[in-house]
Design a protein around this ligand. Sequence first.
Ligand code: ADP
Length: 589
Amino acid sequence: MFSFSKKIITICILLILILVSTFWIGRAHDVEQATYQAKRQVTQLNHYIDTELARFSAIPQLLTYNELMINFVSGEQQHYSVINNYLADIQQASGASDIFILNTQGAVTASSNWQADYTFLGSNFAFRPYFKRAFAGEKVAYFALGMRSKERGIYFSQAVYKDNKAIGVVVLKVNVSKFENDRELLNTSKGSHFYLQLADDVIAMSDIEGWRLNSFTELGIEARRDIKLRRAYLDHQPQYIKQLQFTSENIPHFKIDKALYVTSSMPLRYFNATMNLLVDVSKVNSAQVPRLFWAFIIYTLLIIIGYSLLTRFAGYKKLLYSRHSLELEVVERTQALEKVQTALVQSAKLATIGQLSAGINHEINQPLSAINTYLASAKRLLAKGNVTALNESLIVIEGLVERVHQIVGQLKHFSKPSDMQLRPYPLAGLVNNALMISSAQLKQDNVQVESPKFDETVVVWVDALKFEQVLVNLITNASQAMNGAIIRNLSFHLECFEERVKLSILDTGAGIEQHAFGNLFEPFYSTKSSNGLGLGLSISKQIIDSFNGCLSAHNRLEGGAEFIISLSSKESSNQANIEKTPTQENQND
Ligand code: ADP
């Protein structure tokens, strides 16, 4: 419960952080876009105005070279109507507001507006800097408020020369409202404004009427006196407009009333003034709301999907881990069990040795005491010089020593841990080898052997030497069991199944005694009075078990015993790997 609410809090904090980041990134992006827009628009605006001003500034210059103009200004020809009409034609064709000519005293002698009510004819503009400076030889572009029209305009003026002497001035006026009204050309949008600031910080042009001829700078006494003297704005005194200009993250900002703008400035090429463009960013914060809404939806979904994926992945990882550790545990346990099993087998063997040592003790002590007795008798016979009797005693001792040797020899099977390699061997070869080894015993007991005629392809998966040891033991037992019987016949019978073979060793002896069945495969169980140690069947069963086989015994109906060995065989698949038995190899040699 605690960890769940902790997770919820973490997710909420994460979401809030993401939304705050989204807000600031979105805001910075919008401000950057607005700044880019301001730069783009101010460049376009300046290009437009510069092109227009360049075009207008060329007209007075062209007029000063005009022969008709020079003759008129010099007073050689006084065709007033011709000149006035000429100036009116040029004014109309060029789109200028007025074109007029001043004589050496600054009086208007000809004007394009000669027929209008506000005609300049008769006026004197000697006080205007555009007259004085042009007369002094300067090519002038000057902003001023028209005396008669009361309209703001830019005056382009240039002196007319004759014989290298200024004889008058040609003036062209362009009303700046022409540019202000040309909104479409200016390509300004609702959210942007512009203003053209003159060198004296007075605003010459703006799309906002209240800013025109006022200033964003608090003009000092000196500046105001200068303005008054120049009479550029006649009797108008520029008012200070309160605003705040600052730079934030390298972007110039402009705050007026409650509106906030980003600005971009650029000076004009053909006129000493700076164009400023403002793009409104007042609503940049509220503009983030839809963005935040979608960000909230998307990030919430992403967090939910990511969280569920992570949970699943963690579960899957845990499952993999536990499966892996389970497998490891199984392997470890199996290895431990195998070790324990091997140790158990070994200790079982040793325990058996211990358990049976009493029996062995008895078995060995018996021949040893006999040896002792015979040795004492041999000493006496030697002293008497009875060589024949001495020789007989030594032969008996030799037999007794051999018996001890046999007893000890058979015990080695119990002390060694079984480590053998099972391989496919042809059964016929193994049985023939065993018969060959047992032939002396069989001959001694006068046993008839029915030689087995097994198919050479029948194989058994065994350790050849150990299997032969088992066969020799069973054949020897059978041979001994038939001792005293009238019919002494040893035969073999084979049954083949899909993956197993069943080999029977049959004899015609007295059969297994009924009471012996329970202990037949127990160590040291023997019914043989003299030479039976009782280890043969016990060892044989152990060997056959280690081949994943089975050794069993029962009495035959017709008399005699049958010992059955069942073993695995892979007749068809392992035929190619069949190895030759050692005897076969020897025979081939
Ligand atoms: P041992 O031969 O030294 O007695 P074994 O373990 O080989 O020891 O045999 C145990 C006993 O099983 C024999 O003493 C005998 O009583 C009985 N036995 C083994 N083979 C036969 C057989 N073919 N017929 C009758 N009894 C048998």
